[in-house]
Design a protein around this ligand. Structure first.
Ligand SMILES: Nc1ncnc2c1ncn2[C@@H]1O[C@H](COP(=O)(O)OP(=O)(O)OP(=O)(O)O)[C@@H](O)[C@H]1O
Length: 585
Protein backbone atom coordinates (compact mmCIF):
# COMPACT_ATOMS: atom_id res chain seq x y z
CA UNK A 1 0.00 0.00 0.00
CA UNK A 2 2.84 2.42 0.81
CA UNK A 3 4.69 3.31 -2.32
CA UNK A 4 7.50 5.53 -1.12
CA UNK A 5 8.03 7.09 -4.54
CA UNK A 6 4.37 8.06 -4.77
CA UNK A 7 4.42 9.56 -1.31
CA UNK A 8 7.81 11.21 -1.50
CA UNK A 9 6.43 14.63 -2.41
CA UNK A 10 4.26 14.79 0.68
CA UNK A 11 7.07 13.49 2.87
CA UNK A 12 9.25 16.29 1.49
CA UNK A 13 6.53 18.81 2.26
CA UNK A 14 6.30 17.45 5.80
CA UNK A 15 10.04 17.87 6.46
CA UNK A 16 9.82 21.53 7.60
CA UNK A 17 7.14 20.49 10.12
CA UNK A 18 9.17 17.68 11.67
CA UNK A 19 10.30 19.60 14.78
CA UNK A 20 6.76 20.65 15.60
CA UNK A 21 5.50 17.11 15.06
CA UNK A 22 8.28 15.64 17.19
CA UNK A 23 7.54 17.99 20.09
CA UNK A 24 3.81 17.46 19.66
CA UNK A 25 4.36 13.70 20.10
CA UNK A 26 6.71 14.19 23.07
CA UNK A 27 4.17 16.46 24.79
CA UNK A 28 1.38 13.99 24.02
CA UNK A 29 3.35 11.20 25.71
CA UNK A 30 4.10 13.45 28.72
CA UNK A 31 0.41 14.26 28.98
CA UNK A 32 -0.47 10.55 28.87
CA UNK A 33 2.10 9.75 31.56
CA UNK A 34 0.75 12.46 33.83
CA UNK A 35 -2.68 10.86 33.41
CA UNK A 36 -1.26 7.79 35.13
CA UNK A 37 0.24 9.65 38.09
CA UNK A 38 -3.00 9.90 40.16
CA UNK A 39 -3.41 6.11 39.91
CA UNK A 40 0.12 5.56 41.16
CA UNK A 41 -0.59 8.02 43.98
CA UNK A 42 -3.75 6.10 44.95
CA UNK A 43 -1.60 2.96 45.00
CA UNK A 44 0.90 4.57 47.40
CA UNK A 45 -1.87 6.05 49.53
CA UNK A 46 -3.41 2.62 49.97
CA UNK A 47 0.01 1.13 50.92
CA UNK A 48 0.45 3.84 53.56
CA UNK A 49 -3.07 3.28 54.78
CA UNK A 50 -2.67 -0.51 55.06
CA UNK A 51 0.61 -0.08 56.89
CA UNK A 52 -1.11 2.37 59.26
CA UNK A 53 1.30 5.19 58.47
CA UNK A 54 -1.11 7.47 56.65
CA UNK A 55 -0.94 10.88 58.32
CA UNK A 56 -2.68 13.99 57.09
CA UNK A 57 0.51 15.70 55.87
CA UNK A 58 1.27 12.69 53.60
CA UNK A 59 -2.32 12.74 52.30
CA UNK A 60 -2.07 16.47 51.49
CA UNK A 61 1.31 16.04 49.91
CA UNK A 62 0.08 13.25 47.64
CA UNK A 63 -3.14 15.09 46.80
CA UNK A 64 -1.11 18.15 45.76
CA UNK A 65 1.12 15.92 43.60
CA UNK A 66 -2.00 14.45 41.99
CA UNK A 67 -3.38 17.94 41.33
CA UNK A 68 -0.12 19.11 39.80
CA UNK A 69 -0.10 15.98 37.63
CA UNK A 70 -3.65 16.69 36.44
CA UNK A 71 -2.74 20.31 35.60
CA UNK A 72 0.45 19.25 33.81
CA UNK A 73 -1.50 16.64 31.88
CA UNK A 74 -3.72 19.33 30.39
CA UNK A 75 -0.84 21.76 29.80
CA UNK A 76 1.06 19.13 27.80
CA UNK A 77 -2.10 18.05 26.02
CA UNK A 78 -2.72 21.66 25.00
CA UNK A 79 0.86 22.15 23.80
CA UNK A 80 0.79 18.91 21.85
CA UNK A 81 -2.50 19.76 20.20
CA UNK A 82 -1.36 23.31 19.38
CA UNK A 83 1.85 22.13 17.71
CA UNK A 84 0.20 19.30 15.81
CA UNK A 85 -2.48 21.66 14.49
CA UNK A 86 0.06 24.30 13.43
CA UNK A 87 2.11 21.62 11.68
CA UNK A 88 -0.97 20.13 10.04
CA UNK A 89 -2.30 23.45 8.75
CA UNK A 90 1.15 24.48 7.47
CA UNK A 91 1.29 21.20 5.61
CA UNK A 92 -2.26 21.61 4.28
CA UNK A 93 -1.35 25.07 3.03
CA UNK A 94 1.68 23.66 1.18
CA UNK A 95 -0.31 20.77 -0.30
CA UNK A 96 -3.11 23.05 -1.50
CA UNK A 97 -0.62 25.53 -2.98
CA UNK A 98 1.10 22.67 -4.80
CA UNK A 99 -2.18 21.33 -6.14
CA UNK A 100 -3.63 24.67 -7.21
CA UNK A 101 -0.38 25.69 -8.93
CA UNK A 102 -0.38 22.38 -10.73
CA UNK A 103 -4.04 22.64 -11.75
CA UNK A 104 -3.26 26.03 -13.25
CA UNK A 105 -0.57 24.45 -15.46
CA UNK A 106 -2.72 21.59 -16.74
CA UNK A 107 -4.40 21.69 -20.15
CA UNK A 108 -8.20 21.92 -20.34
CA UNK A 109 -8.21 18.29 -21.45
CA UNK A 110 -7.36 17.24 -17.91
CA UNK A 111 -10.46 18.96 -16.50
CA UNK A 112 -12.54 17.52 -19.28
CA UNK A 113 -11.70 13.99 -18.16
CA UNK A 114 -12.37 14.67 -14.48
CA UNK A 115 -15.74 15.16 -12.92
CA UNK A 116 -15.92 18.36 -10.92
CA UNK A 117 -17.03 16.34 -7.90
CA UNK A 118 -14.00 14.06 -8.16
CA UNK A 119 -11.60 17.01 -8.23
CA UNK A 120 -13.45 18.74 -5.40
CA UNK A 121 -13.18 15.57 -3.28
CA UNK A 122 -9.43 15.37 -3.84
CA UNK A 123 -8.58 19.05 -3.42
CA UNK A 124 -10.91 19.70 -0.47
CA UNK A 125 -11.86 16.48 1.30
CA UNK A 126 -8.76 14.32 0.76
CA UNK A 127 -6.45 17.19 1.67
CA UNK A 128 -8.51 17.75 4.84
CA UNK A 129 -7.89 14.12 5.81
CA UNK A 130 -4.19 14.88 6.08
CA UNK A 131 -5.10 17.38 8.81
CA UNK A 132 -7.01 14.70 10.71
CA UNK A 133 -4.07 12.33 10.44
CA UNK A 134 -1.37 14.78 11.45
CA UNK A 135 -3.21 16.91 13.98
CA UNK A 136 -5.17 14.18 15.75
CA UNK A 137 -4.27 10.64 14.92
CA UNK A 138 -0.48 10.89 14.88
CA UNK A 139 -0.12 12.13 18.50
CA UNK A 140 -2.82 9.64 19.60
CA UNK A 141 -0.94 6.84 17.84
CA UNK A 142 2.35 7.66 19.56
CA UNK A 143 0.54 7.88 22.91
CA UNK A 144 -1.17 4.56 22.32
CA UNK A 145 2.21 2.89 21.81
CA UNK A 146 4.37 4.60 24.40
CA UNK A 147 1.85 4.71 27.27
CA UNK A 148 1.16 0.96 27.44
CA UNK A 149 4.90 0.26 27.25
CA UNK A 150 5.58 2.62 30.20
CA UNK A 151 2.68 1.20 32.20
CA UNK A 152 3.80 -2.33 31.45
CA UNK A 153 7.39 -1.63 32.57
CA UNK A 154 6.08 -0.02 35.75
CA UNK A 155 3.75 -2.97 36.44
CA UNK A 156 6.68 -5.36 35.87
CA UNK A 157 8.48 -3.68 38.75
CA UNK A 158 5.41 -4.24 40.97
CA UNK A 159 4.63 -7.87 40.06
CA UNK A 160 5.99 -9.46 36.90
CA UNK A 161 3.46 -12.34 36.87
CA UNK A 162 0.46 -10.04 36.94
CA UNK A 163 2.14 -7.71 34.43
CA UNK A 164 2.34 -10.58 31.94
CA UNK A 165 -1.29 -11.49 32.59
CA UNK A 166 -2.36 -7.95 31.59
CA UNK A 167 -1.00 -8.77 28.13
CA UNK A 168 -3.26 -11.81 27.63
CA UNK A 169 -5.95 -9.99 25.55
CA UNK A 170 -3.34 -8.88 23.01
CA UNK A 171 -2.78 -12.11 21.03
CA UNK A 172 -6.55 -12.61 20.60
CA UNK A 173 -7.08 -9.00 19.50
CA UNK A 174 -4.12 -9.14 17.11
CA UNK A 175 -5.48 -12.35 15.61
CA UNK A 176 -8.86 -10.69 14.93
CA UNK A 177 -7.18 -7.55 13.56
CA UNK A 178 -5.03 -9.56 11.14
CA UNK A 179 -8.15 -11.40 9.96
CA UNK A 180 -9.90 -8.05 9.42
CA UNK A 181 -6.95 -6.68 7.47
CA UNK A 182 -6.77 -9.80 5.30
CA UNK A 183 -10.46 -9.73 4.47
CA UNK A 184 -9.98 -7.12 1.74
CA UNK A 185 -9.91 -3.95 3.88
CA UNK A 186 -7.78 -2.19 1.22
CA UNK A 187 -10.18 -2.97 -1.62
CA UNK A 188 -13.16 -2.00 0.52
CA UNK A 189 -11.56 1.37 1.18
CA UNK A 190 -10.90 1.83 -2.53
CA UNK A 191 -14.52 1.00 -3.36
CA UNK A 192 -15.70 3.41 -0.69
CA UNK A 193 -13.63 6.20 -2.28
CA UNK A 194 -14.90 5.39 -5.78
CA UNK A 195 -18.54 5.45 -4.65
CA UNK A 196 -18.04 8.67 -2.73
CA UNK A 197 -16.39 10.34 -5.74
CA UNK A 198 -19.20 9.22 -8.01
CA UNK A 199 -21.82 10.50 -5.61
CA UNK A 200 -19.99 13.85 -5.26
CA UNK A 201 -19.74 14.16 -9.05
CA UNK A 202 -23.38 13.40 -9.76
CA UNK A 203 -24.49 15.66 -6.92
CA UNK A 204 -22.58 18.62 -8.39
CA UNK A 205 -23.99 17.83 -11.83
CA UNK A 206 -27.45 17.68 -10.30
CA UNK A 207 -27.06 21.10 -8.69
CA UNK A 208 -25.65 22.60 -11.89
CA UNK A 209 -28.57 21.32 -13.94
CA UNK A 210 -31.14 22.49 -11.38
CA UNK A 211 -32.46 25.28 -13.67
CA UNK A 212 -33.34 22.66 -16.33
CA UNK A 213 -34.86 20.35 -13.75
CA UNK A 214 -37.04 23.21 -12.51
CA UNK A 215 -37.92 24.50 -15.98
CA UNK A 216 -39.12 21.07 -17.11
CA UNK A 217 -40.60 20.17 -13.76
CA UNK A 218 -38.42 17.08 -13.52
CA UNK A 219 -38.37 15.41 -10.16
CA UNK A 220 -35.33 14.18 -8.23
CA UNK A 221 -36.16 10.67 -9.42
CA UNK A 222 -35.62 11.79 -12.99
CA UNK A 223 -32.00 12.45 -12.24
CA UNK A 224 -31.24 8.79 -12.28
CA UNK A 225 -27.43 8.86 -12.20
CA UNK A 226 -27.52 10.88 -8.96
CA UNK A 227 -30.15 8.61 -7.50
CA UNK A 228 -28.24 5.49 -8.52
CA UNK A 229 -24.99 6.77 -7.06
CA UNK A 230 -26.69 7.52 -3.71
CA UNK A 231 -28.34 4.12 -3.79
CA UNK A 232 -25.04 2.35 -4.58
CA UNK A 233 -23.25 4.28 -1.85
CA UNK A 234 -25.91 3.30 0.70
CA UNK A 235 -25.80 -0.34 -0.41
CA UNK A 236 -22.02 -0.37 -0.15
CA UNK A 237 -22.17 0.97 3.39
CA UNK A 238 -24.78 -1.57 4.40
CA UNK A 239 -22.63 -4.36 2.98
CA UNK A 240 -19.49 -3.04 4.64
CA UNK A 241 -21.30 -2.62 7.96
CA UNK A 242 -22.56 -6.20 7.86
CA UNK A 243 -19.02 -7.37 7.11
CA UNK A 244 -17.09 -5.15 9.50
CA UNK A 245 -19.27 -4.63 12.56
CA UNK A 246 -19.07 -8.21 13.94
CA UNK A 247 -15.27 -8.38 13.74
CA UNK A 248 -14.99 -4.85 15.15
CA UNK A 249 -17.16 -5.78 18.12
CA UNK A 250 -15.12 -8.96 18.67
CA UNK A 251 -11.88 -7.00 18.44
CA UNK A 252 -13.12 -4.41 20.96
CA UNK A 253 -14.36 -7.16 23.25
CA UNK A 254 -10.93 -8.81 23.31
CA UNK A 255 -9.10 -5.56 23.83
CA UNK A 256 -11.29 -4.69 26.76
CA UNK A 257 -11.29 -8.19 28.20
CA UNK A 258 -8.43 -7.48 30.62
CA UNK A 259 -10.77 -7.58 33.62
CA UNK A 260 -11.78 -11.18 32.84
CA UNK A 261 -8.15 -12.31 33.33
CA UNK A 262 -6.92 -9.80 35.89
CA UNK A 263 -9.75 -9.92 38.45
CA UNK A 264 -9.84 -13.69 39.19
CA UNK A 265 -6.08 -14.20 38.95
CA UNK A 266 -5.20 -11.21 41.14
CA UNK A 267 -7.74 -12.34 43.75
CA UNK A 268 -6.27 -15.86 43.62
CA UNK A 269 -2.76 -14.47 44.19
CA UNK A 270 -4.14 -12.31 47.01
CA UNK A 271 -5.73 -15.39 48.64
CA UNK A 272 -2.40 -17.18 48.43
CA UNK A 273 -0.73 -14.19 50.00
CA UNK A 274 1.50 -13.34 47.01
CA UNK A 275 -0.31 -10.09 46.14
CA UNK A 276 -1.36 -7.25 48.43
CA UNK A 277 -4.65 -5.33 48.25
CA UNK A 278 -2.91 -2.15 46.94
CA UNK A 279 -1.33 -4.29 44.21
CA UNK A 280 -4.70 -5.85 43.31
CA UNK A 281 -6.09 -2.29 43.14
CA UNK A 282 -3.21 -1.07 41.00
CA UNK A 283 -3.60 -3.91 38.48
CA UNK A 284 -7.34 -3.35 38.31
CA UNK A 285 -6.78 0.38 37.68
CA UNK A 286 -3.84 0.28 35.28
CA UNK A 287 -3.70 -3.30 34.00
CA UNK A 288 -7.30 -3.40 32.79
CA UNK A 289 -6.78 -0.28 30.68
CA UNK A 290 -3.36 -1.34 29.39
CA UNK A 291 -4.62 -2.80 26.14
CA UNK A 292 -7.35 -0.19 25.53
CA UNK A 293 -5.02 2.06 23.44
CA UNK A 294 -4.88 -0.75 20.88
CA UNK A 295 -8.28 0.51 19.78
CA UNK A 296 -6.49 3.70 18.72
CA UNK A 297 -4.08 1.59 16.67
CA UNK A 298 -6.98 0.14 14.71
CA UNK A 299 -8.45 3.63 14.11
CA UNK A 300 -4.99 4.87 13.14
CA UNK A 301 -4.43 2.12 10.60
CA UNK A 302 -7.87 2.86 9.09
CA UNK A 303 -7.10 6.59 8.93
CA UNK A 304 -3.68 5.97 7.37
CA UNK A 305 -5.21 3.73 4.67
CA UNK A 306 -7.84 6.33 3.98
CA UNK A 307 -5.38 9.23 3.88
CA UNK A 308 -2.84 7.35 1.75
CA UNK A 309 -5.54 6.64 -0.85
CA UNK A 310 -6.30 10.37 -0.92
CA UNK A 311 -2.60 11.23 -1.19
CA UNK A 312 -2.25 8.82 -4.10
CA UNK A 313 -5.04 10.68 -5.88
CA UNK A 314 -3.33 14.01 -5.20
CA UNK A 315 -0.20 12.41 -6.58
CA UNK A 316 -2.04 11.58 -9.80
CA UNK A 317 -2.90 15.27 -10.21
CA UNK A 318 0.70 16.25 -9.50
CA UNK A 319 1.98 13.70 -12.01
CA UNK A 320 -0.52 14.69 -14.76
CA UNK A 321 1.10 15.84 -17.96
CA UNK A 322 1.40 19.60 -18.17
CA UNK A 323 1.46 21.68 -21.32
CA UNK A 324 5.05 21.42 -22.46
CA UNK A 325 6.99 24.54 -21.48
CA UNK A 326 8.79 26.45 -24.19
CA UNK A 327 12.44 25.33 -24.33
CA UNK A 328 14.60 28.07 -22.91
CA UNK A 329 16.92 28.04 -25.94
CA UNK A 330 14.13 28.47 -28.47
CA UNK A 331 11.51 30.39 -26.49
CA UNK A 332 10.74 33.54 -28.40
CA UNK A 333 8.29 36.37 -28.36
CA UNK A 334 6.58 37.07 -31.67
CA UNK A 335 6.82 40.61 -33.01
CA UNK A 336 3.90 40.29 -35.42
CA UNK A 337 0.68 38.44 -34.91
CA UNK A 338 -0.67 36.56 -37.92
CA UNK A 339 -2.08 33.19 -36.87
CA UNK A 340 -1.31 30.22 -39.08
CA UNK A 341 -2.78 26.71 -38.86
CA UNK A 342 -0.69 24.24 -40.82
CA UNK A 343 -2.42 20.87 -41.34
CA UNK A 344 -3.75 20.86 -37.79
CA UNK A 345 -5.65 17.81 -36.58
CA UNK A 346 -7.20 17.52 -33.16
CA UNK A 347 -9.47 15.14 -31.28
CA UNK A 348 -11.22 15.07 -27.91
CA UNK A 349 -10.30 11.60 -26.69
CA UNK A 350 -10.85 9.35 -29.71
CA UNK A 351 -13.33 11.69 -31.38
CA UNK A 352 -11.64 13.44 -34.27
CA UNK A 353 -12.82 17.07 -34.41
CA UNK A 354 -10.41 18.92 -36.73
CA UNK A 355 -8.78 17.33 -39.73
CA UNK A 356 -5.89 18.83 -41.65
CA UNK A 357 -7.01 22.39 -41.02
CA UNK A 358 -4.82 24.84 -42.90
CA UNK A 359 -5.63 28.55 -42.77
CA UNK A 360 -4.19 31.96 -42.03
CA UNK A 361 -5.70 34.73 -39.95
CA UNK A 362 -3.78 37.76 -41.15
CA UNK A 363 -2.35 40.29 -38.73
CA UNK A 364 -4.36 43.50 -38.50
CA UNK A 365 -7.46 41.88 -40.01
CA UNK A 366 -10.69 40.41 -38.73
CA UNK A 367 -11.36 36.76 -39.51
CA UNK A 368 -14.73 35.19 -38.84
CA UNK A 369 -15.22 31.47 -38.34
CA UNK A 370 -18.60 30.20 -39.44
CA UNK A 371 -20.10 26.78 -39.91
CA UNK A 372 -22.82 24.52 -38.61
CA UNK A 373 -23.02 23.75 -34.92
CA UNK A 374 -20.28 21.32 -33.90
CA UNK A 375 -18.08 22.20 -36.91
CA UNK A 376 -15.17 22.96 -34.55
CA UNK A 377 -15.16 26.79 -34.42
CA UNK A 378 -14.73 27.13 -30.65
CA UNK A 379 -12.17 24.34 -30.67
CA UNK A 380 -10.07 26.34 -33.15
CA UNK A 381 -10.32 29.44 -30.97
CA UNK A 382 -9.28 27.44 -27.92
CA UNK A 383 -6.32 25.88 -29.72
CA UNK A 384 -4.98 29.39 -30.45
CA UNK A 385 -5.05 30.15 -26.71
CA UNK A 386 -3.45 26.72 -26.14
CA UNK A 387 -6.23 25.47 -23.90
CA UNK A 388 -5.54 22.21 -25.67
CA UNK A 389 -2.41 20.85 -27.27
CA UNK A 390 -2.43 20.48 -31.05
CA UNK A 391 -1.82 16.81 -31.83
CA UNK A 392 -0.78 16.94 -35.45
CA UNK A 393 0.42 19.82 -37.58
CA UNK A 394 1.64 23.24 -36.49
CA UNK A 395 0.04 26.34 -35.07
CA UNK A 396 2.03 29.55 -35.38
CA UNK A 397 1.68 33.12 -34.19
CA UNK A 398 4.02 35.45 -36.04
CA UNK A 399 5.81 32.42 -37.57
CA UNK A 400 6.61 31.06 -34.13
CA UNK A 401 5.12 27.76 -33.04
CA UNK A 402 2.91 28.41 -30.00
CA UNK A 403 4.79 25.58 -28.27
CA UNK A 404 7.87 27.81 -28.35
CA UNK A 405 6.10 30.82 -26.90
CA UNK A 406 6.30 30.83 -23.10
CA UNK A 407 2.84 30.20 -21.65
CA UNK A 408 2.72 33.50 -19.81
CA UNK A 409 3.76 35.46 -22.93
CA UNK A 410 1.12 33.67 -24.99
CA UNK A 411 -1.57 34.57 -22.47
CA UNK A 412 -0.43 38.20 -22.60
CA UNK A 413 -0.78 38.19 -26.38
CA UNK A 414 -4.39 37.06 -26.32
CA UNK A 415 -7.66 38.52 -25.10
CA UNK A 416 -10.40 35.93 -25.12
CA UNK A 417 -14.09 36.71 -24.69
CA UNK A 418 -16.22 33.65 -24.14
CA UNK A 419 -19.92 33.21 -24.59
CA UNK A 420 -20.28 32.21 -20.95
CA UNK A 421 -18.31 34.66 -18.93
CA UNK A 422 -16.70 33.82 -15.60
CA UNK A 423 -16.58 36.59 -13.04
CA UNK A 424 -14.52 36.91 -9.91
CA UNK A 425 -16.31 37.59 -6.63
CA UNK A 426 -15.01 41.13 -6.57
CA UNK A 427 -15.98 44.62 -7.66
CA UNK A 428 -16.92 45.46 -11.24
CA UNK A 429 -13.78 47.58 -11.41
CA UNK A 430 -11.56 44.66 -10.40
CA UNK A 431 -13.31 42.44 -12.92
CA UNK A 432 -12.73 44.85 -15.77
CA UNK A 433 -9.07 45.48 -15.06
CA UNK A 434 -8.36 41.80 -14.33
CA UNK A 435 -6.06 41.44 -17.33
CA UNK A 436 -4.35 44.80 -16.95
CA UNK A 437 -3.90 45.93 -13.36
CA UNK A 438 -2.05 49.03 -14.52
CA UNK A 439 -5.09 50.45 -16.34
CA UNK A 440 -6.19 53.90 -15.16
CA UNK A 441 -9.76 54.64 -14.08
CA UNK A 442 -10.26 56.72 -17.24
CA UNK A 443 -9.18 53.79 -19.42
CA UNK A 444 -11.53 51.47 -17.56
CA UNK A 445 -14.49 53.84 -17.92
CA UNK A 446 -13.67 54.39 -21.59
CA UNK A 447 -13.60 50.61 -22.16
CA UNK A 448 -16.90 50.19 -20.31
CA UNK A 449 -18.45 52.90 -22.50
CA UNK A 450 -17.29 51.13 -25.68
CA UNK A 451 -18.63 47.82 -24.37
CA UNK A 452 -22.00 49.50 -23.60
CA UNK A 453 -21.52 48.66 -19.93
CA UNK A 454 -20.97 52.15 -18.50
CA UNK A 455 -24.66 53.10 -18.31
CA UNK A 456 -25.83 50.10 -16.33
CA UNK A 457 -22.76 50.28 -14.08
CA UNK A 458 -23.32 53.99 -13.35
CA UNK A 459 -26.95 53.28 -12.48
CA UNK A 460 -25.86 50.97 -9.63
CA UNK A 461 -25.67 52.63 -6.18
CA UNK A 462 -21.97 51.78 -5.81
CA UNK A 463 -21.11 52.14 -9.50
CA UNK A 464 -17.79 50.55 -10.40
CA UNK A 465 -17.26 49.52 -6.76
CA UNK A 466 -20.32 47.27 -6.79
CA UNK A 467 -19.46 43.75 -5.71
CA UNK A 468 -20.61 40.84 -7.84
CA UNK A 469 -20.95 37.18 -7.00
CA UNK A 470 -21.44 35.88 -3.45
CA UNK A 471 -23.00 38.62 -1.37
CA UNK A 472 -23.01 41.01 -4.35
CA UNK A 473 -25.31 41.73 -7.25
CA UNK A 474 -26.25 39.26 -9.92
CA UNK A 475 -25.57 40.25 -13.53
CA UNK A 476 -27.58 39.10 -16.52
CA UNK A 477 -25.87 37.11 -19.30
CA UNK A 478 -25.70 40.18 -21.53
CA UNK A 479 -24.28 42.38 -18.75
CA UNK A 480 -21.62 39.81 -17.99
CA UNK A 481 -20.63 39.69 -21.64
CA UNK A 482 -20.34 43.46 -21.79
CA UNK A 483 -18.07 43.40 -18.73
CA UNK A 484 -15.97 40.72 -20.46
CA UNK A 485 -15.70 42.86 -23.59
CA UNK A 486 -14.66 45.86 -21.49
CA UNK A 487 -12.09 43.58 -19.84
CA UNK A 488 -10.70 42.58 -23.25
CA UNK A 489 -10.56 46.21 -24.38
CA UNK A 490 -8.64 47.23 -21.25
CA UNK A 491 -6.25 44.34 -21.76
CA UNK A 492 -5.48 45.62 -25.23
CA UNK A 493 -3.70 42.44 -26.39
CA UNK A 494 -2.63 42.11 -30.03
CA UNK A 495 -4.80 39.03 -30.63
CA UNK A 496 -8.49 39.24 -29.81
CA UNK A 497 -10.77 36.21 -29.86
CA UNK A 498 -14.50 36.82 -29.60
CA UNK A 499 -16.36 33.53 -29.22
CA UNK A 500 -20.04 34.38 -29.41
CA UNK A 501 -19.06 37.43 -27.41
CA UNK A 502 -22.27 39.32 -28.10
CA UNK A 503 -24.63 36.36 -28.17
CA UNK A 504 -26.68 37.69 -25.25
CA UNK A 505 -26.76 41.28 -26.44
CA UNK A 506 -29.88 42.63 -28.18
CA UNK A 507 -29.38 43.83 -31.75
CA UNK A 508 -29.22 47.49 -30.74
CA UNK A 509 -26.57 46.93 -28.09
CA UNK A 510 -24.70 44.56 -30.36
CA UNK A 511 -24.35 47.12 -33.14
CA UNK A 512 -23.20 49.74 -30.59
CA UNK A 513 -20.59 47.34 -29.21
CA UNK A 514 -19.41 46.39 -32.68
CA UNK A 515 -19.15 50.00 -33.74
CA UNK A 516 -17.26 50.77 -30.53
CA UNK A 517 -14.73 48.02 -30.79
CA UNK A 518 -14.18 48.26 -34.54
CA UNK A 519 -11.87 51.25 -34.17
CA UNK A 520 -9.89 49.38 -31.55
CA UNK A 521 -9.30 46.49 -33.88
CA UNK A 522 -6.73 48.24 -36.01
CA UNK A 523 -3.42 46.40 -35.94
CA UNK A 524 -4.94 43.52 -34.05
CA UNK A 525 -5.51 39.99 -35.24
CA UNK A 526 -9.15 39.39 -34.51
CA UNK A 527 -10.97 36.06 -34.64
CA UNK A 528 -14.75 36.22 -34.37
CA UNK A 529 -17.20 33.40 -33.96
CA UNK A 530 -20.76 34.62 -34.41
CA UNK A 531 -23.98 32.87 -35.22
CA UNK A 532 -25.67 36.10 -36.33
CA UNK A 533 -24.14 36.20 -39.78
CA UNK A 534 -25.29 39.80 -40.29
CA UNK A 535 -22.64 40.89 -37.79
CA UNK A 536 -19.74 39.53 -39.82
CA UNK A 537 -20.60 40.56 -43.37
CA UNK A 538 -17.97 43.34 -43.33
CA UNK A 539 -15.03 41.36 -41.96
CA UNK A 540 -11.87 40.87 -44.02
CA UNK A 541 -12.05 37.11 -44.28
CA UNK A 542 -14.69 34.50 -43.46
CA UNK A 543 -13.57 30.90 -43.06
CA UNK A 544 -16.31 28.33 -43.53
CA UNK A 545 -15.91 25.11 -41.58
CA UNK A 546 -17.83 21.90 -41.83
CA UNK A 547 -17.24 18.78 -39.75
CA UNK A 548 -13.78 19.92 -38.74
CA UNK A 549 -12.57 20.86 -42.22
CA UNK A 550 -12.12 24.18 -43.97
CA UNK A 551 -14.52 24.16 -46.93
CA UNK A 552 -14.13 27.73 -48.19
CA UNK A 553 -12.90 31.18 -47.34
CA UNK A 554 -13.25 34.70 -48.63
CA UNK A 555 -15.35 37.81 -48.13
CA UNK A 556 -19.09 37.67 -47.61
CA UNK A 557 -19.83 38.53 -51.25
CA UNK A 558 -17.36 35.98 -52.64
CA UNK A 559 -18.70 33.23 -50.40
CA UNK A 560 -22.30 34.05 -51.30
CA UNK A 561 -21.41 33.42 -54.91
CA UNK A 562 -19.13 30.39 -54.57
CA UNK A 563 -19.81 28.49 -51.35
CA UNK A 564 -23.03 26.50 -51.24
CA UNK A 565 -22.78 25.85 -47.49
CA UNK A 566 -22.38 29.57 -46.83
CA UNK A 567 -25.33 30.34 -49.12
CA UNK A 568 -27.50 27.86 -47.22
CA UNK A 569 -26.44 29.28 -43.87
CA UNK A 570 -27.03 32.84 -45.05
CA UNK A 571 -30.51 32.06 -46.43
CA UNK A 572 -31.45 30.12 -43.33
CA UNK A 573 -30.25 33.04 -41.19
CA UNK A 574 -32.15 35.59 -43.26
CA UNK A 575 -35.31 33.51 -43.06
CA UNK A 576 -35.13 33.36 -39.30
CA UNK A 577 -34.33 37.07 -39.15
CA UNK A 578 -37.30 37.96 -41.37
CA UNK A 579 -39.49 35.64 -39.40
CA UNK A 580 -38.37 37.28 -36.16
CA UNK A 581 -39.01 40.74 -37.53
CA UNK A 582 -42.41 39.68 -38.86
CA UNK A 583 -43.18 38.10 -35.51
CA UNK A 584 -42.17 41.29 -33.72
CA UNK A 585 -44.19 43.44 -36.04
N1 LIG B 1 -14.43 19.80 -24.07
C1 LIG B 1 -14.90 18.97 -24.98
N2 LIG B 1 -14.80 17.64 -24.79
C2 LIG B 1 -15.28 16.77 -25.70
N3 LIG B 1 -15.88 17.14 -26.84
C3 LIG B 1 -16.03 18.44 -27.06
C4 LIG B 1 -15.54 19.42 -26.14
N4 LIG B 1 -15.81 20.64 -26.62
C5 LIG B 1 -16.45 20.43 -27.80
N5 LIG B 1 -16.56 19.11 -28.05
C6 LIG B 1 -17.16 18.50 -29.24
O1 LIG B 1 -16.40 18.90 -30.34
C7 LIG B 1 -17.21 19.24 -31.43
C8 LIG B 1 -16.86 20.66 -31.90
O2 LIG B 1 -17.23 21.54 -30.87
P1 LIG B 1 -17.03 23.12 -30.99
O3 LIG B 1 -17.56 23.72 -29.76
O4 LIG B 1 -15.65 23.40 -31.38
O5 LIG B 1 -17.99 23.41 -32.21
P2 LIG B 1 -18.62 24.77 -32.67
O6 LIG B 1 -18.49 24.79 -34.15
O7 LIG B 1 -18.02 25.91 -31.92
O8 LIG B 1 -20.13 24.54 -32.23
P3 LIG B 1 -21.23 25.63 -31.80
O9 LIG B 1 -21.45 26.52 -32.99
O10 LIG B 1 -22.44 24.80 -31.53
O11 LIG B 1 -20.70 26.34 -30.61
C9 LIG B 1 -18.64 19.12 -30.96
O12 LIG B 1 -19.16 17.91 -31.46
C10 LIG B 1 -18.55 19.04 -29.48
O13 LIG B 1 -19.50 18.16 -28.96
Amino acid sequence: MFNKKELSWILNLAVPQRRKLLFSCIYAVMSALFTLVPFVIIYHLSIHWLNGILDSSTVWKLVIYALIAVILRFVFLGLSSLLSHIAAYNLLYDIRTHLTNKLGRLPMGFFNQQQAGKLKKIVIDDVEKVEQLIAHHLPDFIVSIITPICVFVYLLTVDWRMALITLLPIPCAVFIQVKRANSGAGEDMEKYHQHLERMNGTMIEYILTMPIIKAFNLTVQSFSSYQNSVEDYTQLWKRLSRKKVPTYVLYTAFIESGLIFILPISLLFFQRGSLTIPEVLLFLMLGVGLTAPMKQLSTFSHTVQNTVLGIKKMNKILMAKELSEARADVSVIPQQYPIVFDKVSFSYGDRMILQDVTMTMKAGTVTALVGPSGAGKSTIAQLIARFWEVEKGGLFIGSISIRDIPQETLMNLISYVFQDVSMMNDTLLANICMGNQAASLEEIIQAAKIAQAHDFISALPNGYDTKIGHGGIHLSGGERQRIAIARAIVRNAPVLILDEATAYADSENESHIQAGISHLLQDKTVVIIAHRLSTITDVDNIIVLDAGRVVAQGTHDVLLQHCSLYQQMWHAYMEVDQWTLAGKA
